[in-house]
Design a protein around this ligand. Structure first.
Ligand SMILES: Cc1cc2nc3c(=O)[nH]c(=O)nc-3n(C[C@H](O)[C@H](O)[C@H](O)COP(=O)(O)OP(=O)(O)OC[C@H]3O[C@@H](n4cnc5c(N)ncnc54)[C@H](O)[C@@H]3O)c2cc1C
Length: 351
């Protein structure tokens, strides 16, 4: 019997499985193979909110936990998915200079915001007012990470199929799904949670993001550029550019409006010639109150959820999945802010 059956191998499922492995606990993962948000994310790890020059929620805590977690994983997998790079926040108003300098002196932000106003050194970047630099940031190449992790699994640890909810039984020892017996089942389905009969009543809103992969041979930026969108170098003169934030359309169709929206912003930020190589989209698993959705089903003590990572899964996944495992093992309680029990009434409304 396994400790956990994990449904979904994105950043959430991966981080939870890795914690089980480190604790010497067994698992089996089921993934539908269609990919999710983690497959197209820029993978930027940035604990700041550059619209407001503030820290993101628990940004410094998640950052201090996530980096050693990924470094250890990178070394275990003998892979290369962590790419440190500063973020250059392009200033658009003179008044931002003062705001930046005072923010860089604040507790928590000091470590990340370089107080200097940098003059622009790249002629192809449109930054006449210069930029502020965010340090200790970079990219986790999520596709490489997921691929390396998948390749490291034993055949019995991964089943590629779409989970069939009606085949799940709760038993005296835990759960059974087809031939798989486990003490716990942890759903890590990203936005696809909206199809999960155990949790679909929870307020996972979802925010569609369309992105472009562009080739810009003369741009030569090794920093992540932040203007109205992110333009992040991903190697071989390719850049990840995006993303849109669309609330109403929950399809995985790439739209001409989405592409134009991103391209308009690329042109504002850089003067380089570029070619669009790819146009892709996914839905961020965002929650009504912008906090993760983690915890145990109120009526089934062996059925758990690890979701709601929103637009910041890279930094959040390692510690949030540890919190869930510690909660399942009875080691510590989940912080109220992330515990799905804050939406307990939603389960009753659907009765
Ligand atoms: C355009 C865009 C850009 C982003 N950029 C960043 C960024 O730069 N930095 C950052 O930190 N975050 C970023 N994010 C957010 C980040 O991608 C998410 O927070 C994170 O990847 C969510 O991971 P997850 O494992 O919860 O879900 P997902 O990555 O969606 O994974 C869910 C997995 O579950 C599987 N699955 C679902 N249902 C079933 C089922 N019934 N049966 C079997 N398998 C199933 C899916 O196939 C998938 O593999 C971005 C998101 C988008 C859309």
């Amino acid at each position: 019997m396994k400790h956990s059956l994990i449904v979904g191998l994105g950043l959430a499922g991966l981080a939870y499985a890795e914690h089980l492995r480190r604790a010497g606990l067994s698992f089996c993962i089921i993934d539908g193979g269609k990919g999710g948000s983690s497959q197209i994310a820029a993978g930027i790890y940035n604990p700041t909110v550059l619209k407001r020059f503030s820290l993101s929620w628990n940004g410094d805590l998640f950052h201090s936990y996530a980096l050693p977690f990924y470094e250890q994983l990178q070394s275990r997998l003998d892979s290369d998915f962590i790419h440190p790079a500063p973020i250059h926040k392009i200033f658009i108003k003179q008044s931002e200079h003062n705001d930046w300098v005072s923010a860089s002196d604040q507790q928590g932000l000091k470590m990340f915001l370089d107080p200097k106003i940098h003059a622009n050194a790249n002629v192809e970047v449109n930054a006449t007012l210069g930029h502020g630099q965010v340090d200790h940031t970079g990219r986790v190449a999520t596709q490489t990470l997921l691929k390396s992790f998948r390749n490291s699994l034993q055949p019995e640890e991964l089943t590629m199929e779409t989970f069939e909810y009606d085949k799940l039984e709760t038993t005296a020892f835990g759960i059974q799904y087809k031939q798989i017996k486990a003490e716990h089942i942890v759903f890590c389905e990203g936005y696809q949670m909206v199809n999960n009969p155990f949790f679909k009543m929870l307020p996972l809103i979802g925010l569609k993001g369309e992105i472009l992969i562009i080739k810009a041979p003369t741009l030569k930026s090794e920093s992540i550029l932040k203007g109205p969108i992110f333009i992040a170098p991903i190697g071989d003169d390719l850049y990840w550019a995006g993303a849109t934030f669309e609330r109403n359309d929950k399809t995985l169709n790439c739209t001409s409006q989405g592409r134009s929206w991103v391209e308009e912003r690329i042109r504002k930020m850089i003067s380089s010639e570029y070619e669009v190589i790819e146009h892709i989209t996914q839905i961020r698993p965002t929650v009504m109150d912008r906090r993760p959705l983690i915890g145990t089903h109120p009526d089934h003590q062996n059925i758990h959820l690890l979701n709601g990572f929103g637009a910041r899964g890279v930094l959040g996944a390692p510690l949030l999945s540890k919190w869930l495992l510690d909660h399942i093992e009875g080691i510590s309680e989940l912080p109220t802010a992330v515990n799905l029990s804050r939406f307990e009434s939603y389960f009753r409304q659907s009765d």
